[in-house]
Design a protein around this ligand. Structure first.
Ligand SMILES: [Zn+2]
Length: 153
């Protein structure tokens, strides 16, 4: 059965809106004078990665199937899949000093609200304009160190 350009593009669209929706990249198919080119295009400034070039329609179709149904391609590009936001543990390791989205240190702390031993501080990123709350939890209390003369430091 012959695969048409329209069908290939439709499969790409289905993937981009489906399984690839939450990844940092999408699949793009282009028809050139020498055949089809399948590439991964990134939502950030990472340059596109060509998976197959000058392919026939059925080769291009197989390539799309590869992305859709096997883990091979996923594994090959694993290192380049970037989640949109850093995991919580990473954010904590960075001491909340970086934007959870773009990693910038250009962040603007805002108002603090407290409730039942937890604090929330509003932050915005000066680079990508993401807004978020840093969450703080009460961990205990500490008495001030008392000096010899009785004054608290
Ligand atoms: Zn940011």
């Amino acid at each position: 059965m012959k695969v048409t350009e329209k069908q290939l593009k439709a499969r790409c669209t289905d993937l981009n809106l489906g399984p690839l929706k939450d990844t940092a990249f999408g699949l793009k198919i282009e028809r050139t004078s020498r055949g089809y080119t399948c590439s991964l295009v990134y939502r950030d400034s990472t340059p596109p990665e060509i998976l197959i070039a000058d392919a026939s329609a059925s080769e291009a179709d197989a390539c799309i199937s590869g992305v859709a149904t096997t883990s091979t391609v996923y594994k090959a590009i694993q290192g380049t899949i970037k989640p949109e936001f850093v995991p919580q543990e990473v954010f904590v390791k960075q001491h909340g000093e970086r934007c959870p989205k773009c990693g910038s240190r250009d962040i603007n702390p805002g108002h603090i609200t407290s409730a039942k031993g937890e604090l929330e501080q509003w932050h915005t990123c000066g680079r990508c304009a993401t807004a978020w709350h840093n969450l703080y939890r009460l961990t205990g209390y500490e008495l001030p160190v008392v000096m010899e003369d009785g004054a608290a430091s």
